[in-house]
Ligand binder design. Structure first.
Ligand SMILES: *Cc1c(COP(=O)(O)O)cnc(C)c1O
Length: 267
């Protein structure tokens, strides 16, 4: 097939990436126990990932291919979080071989499968249970992930039971909970609503005798595409997180993508 037009060229500014990574980190400075993982789907370019790695970011991956890229960019396994529905057995093995820091489990069935895969290798997989808080992110329906009808995570009202059953499996080290309600959020309120529900779940789990040392708050901060659009700033986001979550006594984890990438023009 003859080519009708030249292939596209993408040019990224390293200085802008570094600045945005630092703005995001500074916005979270009040939260000493934190881990920031760049959601690779925003930009899997190896040179971009290396910049994020030098800024101290780990990676949030949703496939074996993304995991390989994070490792190739020099991100240590323990800084990598494996999210996403439909992880394949070979991807679970790949994650266990790489010693990744955390699997975010999307369903009870997936947790059971991961437990079997890990136990067969004599390993315990560090995991967080992703819950669906049934909050309307008020964003485009294709990038909304936190309403009950979305496929991501377990319903929050069933989460305590599922967590307890998974924590009893020898192949799993259940260490926390995770939430990600969608991308391109223009308002902080849906995030705050989700975090309040997550905090209540953590209290319930602990009251049941479960261990919770990590809470993954996902991504979601919107990116300015057009002049005149107004989105919450990383500083406003960080202040809200500090207000709602700093009493939880956990390591807070973040999975920014759009908000920390080169596209964001306003910070
Ligand atoms: C897409 C995605 C992110 C990143 O979201 P942004 O809104 O772009 O910051 C984080 N975590 C998960 C699980 C995702 O699917």
């Amino acid at each position: 097939m003859p080519r009708k037009s030249a292939p596209p060229v993408y040019v990224y500014s390293r200085a802008t990436l570094e600045r945005h990574a630092r703005v995001f980190n500074e916005a979270l400075a009040a939260l000493p126990k934190r881990h920031v993982a760049f959601a690779i789907k925003a930009n899997p370019n190896l040179a971009v990932l290396r910049v994020m790695q030098r800024e101290g970011f780990g990676a949030d991956v949703v496939s074996g291919g993304e995991l390989a890229r994070a490792l190739a960019a020099g991100m240590p396994g323990h800084d990598i979080v494996f999210s996403g529905v439909g992880k394949l057995e070979r991807e679970m093995v790949q994650g266990l071989e790489a010693g990744i820091g955390q699997f975010n489990i999307e369903s009870e069935e997936e947790g059971i499968e991961l437990a079997e895969v890990a136990a067969a290798r004599g390993q315990r997989a560090a995991c967080a249970l992703r819950v669906n808080p049934d909050v309307d992110a008020r964003t485009h329906e294709k990038i909304s992930t936190g309403k009950a009808e979305n496929k991501f995570g377990v319903p929050i009202d069933r989460a305590a039971g599922i967590y307890a059953r998974l924590a009893a499996l020898p192949g799993l080290d259940m260490r926390g909970v995770a939430v990600h309600i969608g991308s391109q959020l223009q308002h902080l309120q849906p995030l705050e609503d989700a975090f309040v529900k997550l905090g209540a779940l953590i209290a319930e789990l602990r009251a049941n005798g479960q261990t919770v040392t990590h809470a993954d708050l996902g991504g979601g901060l919107g990116v300015t595409y057009k002049a005149g659009e107004v989105y919450p700033t990383p500083a406003e986001y960080g202040a809200m997180v500090a207000r709602v979550c700093s009493s939880w006594d956990v390591t807070l984890m973040f999975e920014p993508a759009g908000s920390s990438s080169a596209m964001r023009a306003c910070c």
